[in-house]
Design a protein around this ligand. Structure first.
Ligand SMILES: [Zn+2]
Length: 363
């Protein structure tokens, strides 16, 4: 039987171990892909550091693109209707669910089905073994949305589509950004950079990026930020005052949190105008406690909402957005480093100390 290699996560904060597992023929509605590239998402780092539960032994990684090696019966086309063939380069939804579900049928929220599973969050010692990005192969299983990638997109531009970009398409849609809006983005990691660019593409007039890392503030200007503010150099009340001054006459239309720090929420509320919209998306770990003046929500008519994961339509839109705006924003700069499977420990170290923006693994 054929085998292939994977970098196995055995316990938090311990080195990855390269192991081989069998590659079996695909079953109906499955696809076997050779992993072309996978990137380290912030949530992989949370798993690696033991801040979110992840089964062991496991294969982390859910931002993945791959080349179709075997197509199971019953899979002929991608989610847009384009025919799928051996050798095609594809992306796919980071989550899968096969069956009936109240949230999908009634509320059109397949991403929140009870029992939904995600790539990079499964055991590697049981069939089909390969369900994560940091390996030579990955099985795409029933209940996954598959999308063919056009040749003009580089691997670096295509790999973040199925997590970072699609999530920010969902977040900016939920924020109802309209032509002429002013938008504040709290946190300028990968999500924040795509958030700036998406806000501009959706017609925002003035976009403000907030972060404490100087290099990120510089990068943000190339992703559409009209103003960047270093939150480490000013007090919270100064930042609020500067944002309000820049968003005349009475504060920002939209605020987006993608920094993962609950303490920024009270500041964001103060930056918004009456009737403003506030979307939280970075607080993905439990116990994100914060104290806020709920009277502000009432008096200012604030719409506050959380967004987690994305609808399949956002994956299609993520691809179209990057494809049609790749000359306007330097998306190719976001994935800024490459590592082999054997160098995964080093890649995680660089990613967690933030000396790289997005680390790519090329098996
Ligand atoms: Zn992710």
């Amino acid at each position: 039987m054929r085998t292939a290699k994977a970098a196995i996560y055995e316990a938090p904060n311990t080195p990855f171990v390269i192991r081989e597992y069998p590659l079996r023929p695909v079953q109906a509605r499955e696809v076997l892909v050779r992993v072309k590239m996978s990137t380290i998402c912030r949530s992989d780092i949370h798993s690696y550091e033991g801040r979110r539960p992840n089964p062991v032994p496991g294969i982390l990684g859910h931002e993945i693109i791959g080349i179709i090696e075997e197509l199971g019966s019953g899979i002929e086309r991608d989610m847009r209707g384009d025919p799928l063939r051996r050798g095609d380069r594809i992306t796919w939804s980071e989550y899968f669910f096969d069956g009936d579900c109240y949230y999908r049928e009634i509320h059109d929220m397949p991403q929140k089905c009870n029992g939904v599973r995600k790539y990079g969050h499964d055991r590697a010692d049981v069939d089909p073994h390969f369900l994560g990005g940091f390996a030579e192969y990955c099985y795409i299983v029933p209940g996954t949305w598959i999308l063919k990638l056009p040749d003009e997109l580089s691997d670096e531009e295509a790999t973040p589509l199925n997590c970072g970009v699609a999530t920010m398409v969902a977040v900016t849609e939920a924020s109802a950004i309209a032509i002429g809006d002013t938008v504040v983005v709290q946190g300028l990691g990968l999500l924040g950079l795509y958030g700036l660019a998406l806000a501009k593409a959706r017609g925002a007039r003035f976009v403000i990026g907030l972060d404490s890392v100087a290099a990120r503030l510089e990068t943000a200007k190339r992703f559409g930020a009209d103003l960047v503010l270093d939150v480490s150099r000013h007090s919270a009340s100064e930042i609020v005052a500067m944002v309000r001054e820049a968003c005349k006459p009475d504060g920002a239309d939209v605020c987006i949190e993608v920094c993962g720090v609950p303490d920024v929420i009270p500041q964001g509320l103060q930056m918004l105008r009456v009737g403003g919209r506030y979307t939280l998306a970075g607080l993905v770990n439990p116990d994100a406690q914060v104290t806020l003046d709920a009277n502000l929500l009432v008096k200012k008519w604030i719409t506050l909402r959380g967004i987690h994961n994305y609808h399949p339509r956002h994956l299609v839109q993520a691809l179209d957005f990057v494809l049609s705006n790749r000359r306007r924003f330097p998306f190719h700069e976001i994935v800024d480093s490459r590592f082999s499977l054997q160098e995964l420990d080093l890649a995680f170290k660089r990613a967690s100390e933030r000396t790289v923006l997005r680390a790519a693994i090329v098996p």
